[in-house]
Structure formats: C-alpha cells, structure tokens
Design a binder for this molecule. Structure first.
Ligand SMILES: C[S@@+](CC[C@H](N)C(=O)[O-])C[C@H]1O[C@@H](n2cnc3c(N)ncnc32)[C@H](O)[C@@H]1O
Length: 402
C-alpha cells in the first residue's frame, strides 16, 4: 500500500531520506528533500526500508523536469536528471560535509565547490550494454537494459557512437574519445565481430586484448598529451581532469610548498605524477599493467620511478607529500598505513565515493593527519556521483608517525 512521505535529506548514493509514521528511516530513489511524495515500500529491514517513488504530490524547490527524454522511459544512466543543476552541487557539498563530520569526526570541515562544469555534452567515456546491436544503459533500479536513441550528457564524439554505432553480437561496450585530439576507441566484450562505427574510430575486442593486442587513444589535459590504453583508467572528461589537477596542485602547494619528493598512489597513466609531480622526484604506484606501460610512455621526460604493485604489497619510500587517487573502495587501512609509512606530513586524497572519503578521513585522523579542506569537483553532473579532493596534514611529531 502506498504511503506519503516528506524526505528531509539526501543519502550517499543519491536517494532521499525520509521517516515513516513509526520513525523508521526510508530511502526513496528519485525523491528529494522538500518533496511531498507517495511511495511503495519495496524492501524492509530492521533499521530501515527502501521504497520506490509512486507520485510526486508536491515538488520541492530543487526538483526540475528532467532535460533528457530517456529518463521518462526508465533510463538509469544518470540518476539525478530531476535535480536542478545548482542544487546538485549544493547537495554533493552537503554530503561531503556530512561524511567528514559523521565518519571522519572532522569539526566544521571546510568544503568548497570546484569550477562549474557544463552538465551536458562533456562525457568522453561511456560504458553500456548492447541490445539488438545498439548501445544501452541499465534501466533505473534494474539490471535490464534500455536502449537510448542518443545521450545528452555525452560529448558529441561519443554521442555519435551511441546514435550510429552498431555493436554486432557484443554484450558490453565502452565508448572512449578525446575531446581535444578527436581520437576515438571502442572496446567490445567479448569480440568485435559485426561492429559498425563511423570511419576513423578504432575498435578492439576484449578477446584481442587478452591475446596481447594493444590499442590506445590520446587525450590532452593540463597542457600535456596522455596515451591511454583500451583498459587503462582515465578521467571521464578532460575539463574535469584539468579541474582535478588544479585542485590537487593547489592543495600540494598550500600544504607542502617545499615538497621535493612526491608519492603518487594509484597513479593510472600518470595524470598527477606528470603534472603536480613535475619538478619533483616522484614515485608512482599502480597495479594495472597497461596503465603502467602508458605511464612509462607519458612520463618519459620526468623524474618518475614507476612501480607496478598493489598498494598493500608496495614497500613505502620516503616522501614529503602523498597524492592518492584510489578506486571507489578508498585507501582503507592498508592504504592509510602506506601513506603514514612514507613519513609524509601532507596527503592529498582524491575520492570518488563519499562513504570511503569519510572512512579514510577517520583512518587518516587516527594516523595523525588533520583534515585541511576539501574541494568538490562535479565530474558527473546529473548523477549523484561525487568526486572530491581533500588535503590532510600531520603536524610535526604527530601521532601515528610510521
Ligand atoms: C581512480 S583511478 C586514478 C588514476 C589516476 N590517478 C588518474 O587520475 O588518472 C584509480 C587507479 O588505481 C588503480 N588501483 C586500484 N586499486 C589499486 C591498488 N590496490 N594498488 C595500486 N593501484 C590500484 C587502478 O588500476 C586505477 O588506475
């Protein structure tokens, strides 16, 4: 039976938080603080419930009509198309502040907004399913696919692949492009048979990559050219990557102005080692072999020692500052122990999940590092994904010195 709720907050992951008549917390996808909504409870747990939105009885101040027509047919690609652009930024800043306070035990954290990046026409990487040889997203709150005629958040070079690409019998596809060099690469699972894309677009099957075939494209960010192999990570839009580099550079210059030795943990193809690290002695640690090979190519002119290792098996070397950009799981105990063992008194952490930021902030505090400000970089507008650059400093002789 549907119930009426008035959400009062946003949770990590983007659902609205409300309380039902019994005071139990209910998470509602698609609702917003300030809305009055009718929902159907879909999952009941002891401490909370989850519910689907049935109707918006009265819209709150942050709700807008989704700009993308595919949301109406259930596309789950974005998640926050119904949230006004400025409100998206405010809600993300609020989430970061909350996790730093609640999980990181930071008192009155300073959390700033990065530059206002355009919400549409910017994404240079899209991952999707293939249905009837067409690109598809997952349907909202489902594993089922939904094909889309186009994708407004995608860069035009990627959107053309969504519109015109035919991906044969593939099951999954990753569309990659450089906004600045125009190169495009399509990575198809399991193989590239029957794929049709516009002329000049390189196509590679996962089967070929597994046999040792190499394929890459080049992007330009922060004044440098980056080779990015088919499976190497790269930031999802170059203007966002510029903004991340600027935020990391600002934090390093503010917290460790005299740093000569920089450790770049989870260095990928070398984005921070090759920009913020330039002019310093750098050790870069990355576990994905193709990314390390790219980094060797990208950083050949710089003083960078590349180590292919997982953070947990790396023997930390001495550093003045650590830049760490881990996967969604965050640094965790192992990563924070590695940061502390470098002896660095400053750490700049790039987090792509607020929950792991909160936990890492708590672990860093236990190792003697104090939060010294965060900047939210809105790399993924129209989605609840949060990217944040945070500085941490350890006063000389701080607790937990390794
Ligand atoms: C979010 S990406 C960041 C890469 C790079 N900093 C950039 O901005 O392009 C995270 C990177 O960490 C690597 N990685 C994930 N877990 C790791 C671990 N335990 N040890 C070392 N590298 C790891 C991934 O392969 C990936 O390249």
């Amino acid at each position: 039976m549907p119930i009426d709720l008035r959400p009062h907050a946003i949770a990590v992951g983007g659902d609205a938080v409300a309380r039902d008549a019994d005071g139990r917390v209910v998470f509602v996808a698609g609702a917003l603080p300030g809305d009055h909504v009718q929902v159907e409870v879909t999952e009941e747990r002891k401490a909370f419930a989850r519910a689907d939105l049935v109707a918006v009885l009265a819209a709150g101040p942050d709700r807008v009509e989704p700009g993308c027509p595919h949301v109406r047919v259930g596309c789950g690609g974005c998640g926050w198309q119904h949230v006004e652009h400025g409100a998206q930024r405010r809600l993300k800043r609020g989430l970061v502040t909350e996790v730093l306070e609640r999980q990181g035990k930071v008192v009155d954290p300073v959390v700033l907004d990065g530059p206002d990046l355009p919400p549409n026409g910017a994404r240079t990487t899209l991952r999707g399913l293939v249905v009837g040889s067409r690109f598809a997203y997952r349907r909202r709150r489902s594993h089922d696919p939904v094909t889309v005629a186009d994708c407004p958040i995608a860069h035009p070079l990627i959107d053309e692949l969504v519109v015109e690409g035919r991906f044969g019998d593939a099951t999954e596809v990753t569309l990659r492009a450089s906004a600045r060099t125009g190169e495009r690469l399509v990575v198809v699972t399991p193989d590239a048979s029957g794929v049709r894309v516009p002329a000049g677009v390189e196509v590679v099957g996962i089967d070929e990559l597994q046999k040792g075939h190499r394929a890459w494209f080049h992007e330009e960010v922060a004044g440098r050219r980056w080779r990015v192999s088919a499976t190497s990570f790269f930031q999802a839009r170059p203007d966002g990557a510029d903004a991340l580099v600027a935020a990391v550079r600002d934090a390093v210059e503010r917290l460790a102005p005299d740093a000569e030795r920089l450790v770049d943990l989870c260095s990928g193809v070398g984005l921070f080692a090759g920009t913020v690290g330039a002019g310093r002695r750098v050790v870069a640690v990355e576990r994905h072999r193709p990314a390390v090979v790219d980094a060797r190519h990208n950083l050949a002119d710089l003083d960078v020692r590349l180590i292919r290792a997982s953070i947990g098996s790396w023997r930390p070397s001495a550093a003045d500052v650590v830049v760490a950009d881990p996967a969604r799981t965050g640094l965790g105990k192992e990563g924070v122990a590695a940061v502390a063992a470098t002896g660095a008194d400053a750490c700049v952490l790039v987090s792509c999940d607020p929950a792991s930021l909160g936990r890492d902030a708590g672990l860093l505090a236990a190792a003697g590092y104090r939060h010294a400000g965060s900047t939210v970089i809105d790399l993924f507008p129209h989605t609840p994904h949060v990217e944040v650059v945070s500085g941490f400093v350890r006063p000389e002789g701080g607790a937990g010195r390794g």
